[in-house]
Write a protein that binds this ligand. Structure first.
Ligand code: MV4
Length: 448
């Protein structure tokens, strides 16, 4: 059993992990850069270690600094949170070589899912429905043409080493293919040092639906339904909900079982997310994320489970606290991401927080590392708070969100808060009838 867990992260997710540790009677170690000496995660952890200067390359991403912090404090495990080192297979290998436990999947699972072609091949072989496209990498434009003629236009060229929207190029027609292919290739080479690309049929108006899975590493796995994360701007999620407003209980049970069986089949350990594009009643796999995600609280809210606690349990070799039959969606949850950014252009807006007041009451959860008088440093992600509400049904969750937003006060900095009052007035949000393009179109007509 772990005595002490080091959290290789900062901000609200570091708090999230510290809270789970404390409830489990496990001591926590915060690490921080010199820019984060006054950060809330440092105050809330049992111990803290400064691991370097502000740039994350020299602190939150510096392997030796983090391993040394474990050795100094006697931590026996590392929780990576999301971002930073959470999907770095080399880091996981080094952690294990030092006799420490990584709270997350194996280096091999991270490596396979980080290679988007290998991920798709793996999932396809496990019976997960995938977007029609090339079988593996496409070596040249001539081959791309043959594949594209088979699957039909529009097609999208994606980088094998990409993901999360990086390194993709759309070819609406055959006339656009050569340019899309060459551009995707050279951008992939520049961004990832790997120019391999693959082709997919481009779905024109899908939703982004992701299924939460959880494995014990011993061939048992469950699913915890789906989240609809279609509301994105430049591949950054803005608002997420569970369950998906377009997904029926029958569809959830079906795709959920496909996903749980797939991850059981690879002895997956810990939390994972299987991303789909959903269009006209069909699911198409695109990517798998091998980490706890930012939006995991909406799943926790409707299933009544603590995903971080479960991550820690399985990393210690214990079973999960539940089996599939005990998992049931209860109600509806919505999360909004509050960023320190100035509208209408979402310009980063770090600085001094004046008054801060978090909302409360039934069905309200605020995950944030903010406090009155805190200075948000300019070096990191602009996410400063996640407001999560749960209601007995979607309309109740929506009105509770509006109510909670009316209580929230963040003074001194610009935030994306004004966006949410405006969004809640939109019929498409009220009815849940949006796709992956809805938010960008709405922003173009309403803010810019
Ligand atoms: C697609 C697609 C349409 N067709 N793949 C963007 C992020 C990355 N995870 C996959 N992405 C997309 N892949 C096919 N075959 C459209 C997108 C996409 C998108 C997906 C999810 C949420 C927002 C999006 C915004 C633009 C494009």
């Amino acid at each position: 059993m772990f005595q002490k867990i080091l959290i290789a992260n900062r901000g609200e997710i570091a708090l999230r992990v510290i809270r789970a540790c404390r409830e489990m009677g496990i001591r926590s170690v915060a690490v921080h850069s010199t820019a984060d000496s006054d950060a809330m995660h440092v105050r809330l952890a049992d111990e803290s270690v400064c691991i370097g200067p502000p740039p994350s390359s020299q602190s939150y991403l510096a392997f030796p600094n983090i391993i040394s912090a474990c050795e100094i404090t006697g931590a026996d495990a590392i929780h990576p949170g999301y971002g930073f080192l959470s999907e770095n297979a080399s880091f996981v290998q080094i952690v294990e070589d030092h006799g420490l436990a990584f709270i997350g999947p194996t280096a091999e699972h991270i490596r396979v899912m980080g290679d988007k072609i290998a991920a798709k091949e793996t999932m396809k072989a496990l019976g997960v429905p995938c977007v029609p496209g090339s079988d593996g990498g496409v070596p040249d434009v001539e081959t791309a043409r043959i594949v594209a003629d088979q699957i039909g236009y529009p097609v999208i060229v994606k980088a094998t080493a990409g993901g999360g929207g990086r390194g993709m190029k759309l070819a609406p027609t055959a006339d656009d293919l050569e340019h899309a292919f060459q551009t995707a290739r050279s951008e992939a080479k520049a961004a990832f040092g790997n120019d391999e690309v693959y082709l997919e049929k481009y779905l024109t108006r899908p939703r982004h639906i992701e299924v939460q899975v959880f494995g014990d590493g011993k061939g048992r796995a469950v699913h915890l339904g789906e989240r609809d994360c279609s509301l994105q701007r430049r591949h950054q999620k803005v608002m997420e909900e569970a369950p998906g407003p377009a997904i029926t209980a029958e569809m959830r049970a079906h795709i959920g079982k496909v996903c749980a069986d797939a991850v059981a089949g690879i002895n997956y350990i810990g939390a994972g997310t299987i991303e789909f594009l959903y269009e006209d009643g069909e699911f198409f796999f695109i990517e798998m994320n091998t980490r706890l995600q930012v939006e995991h609280p909406v799943t926790e809210a409707v299933f009544g489970v603590d995903l971080v606690r479960e991550q820690i349990r399985v990393a210690q070799g214990e079973p999960m606290s539940f089996v599939q039959d005990e998992l049931e969606v209860l109600g509806h949850a919505i999360e909004v991401r509050i960023n320190a950014e100035k509208l209408p252009n979402f310009t980063p807006s770090p600085g001094n927080v004046g008054m801060y007041h978090a909302p409360g009451g039934l069905g309200v959860r605020m995950d944030s590392a903010l406090y009155s008088g805190y200075t948000i440093p300019p070096y990191y992600d602009s996410l400063v708070a996640k407001l999560i509400v749960r209601g007995r049904d979607r309309p109740e969750a929506l009105s509770r969100l509006q109510r909670a937003l009316s209580e929230l006060v963040i003074e001194g900095i610009d935030t994306t808060l004004p966006l949410f009052d405006a969004l809640l007035r939109e019929p498409a949000i009220q009815t849940g009838s949006y796709d992956i393009h809805w938010l960008e179109k709405w922003l173009a007509g309403n803010l810019e």
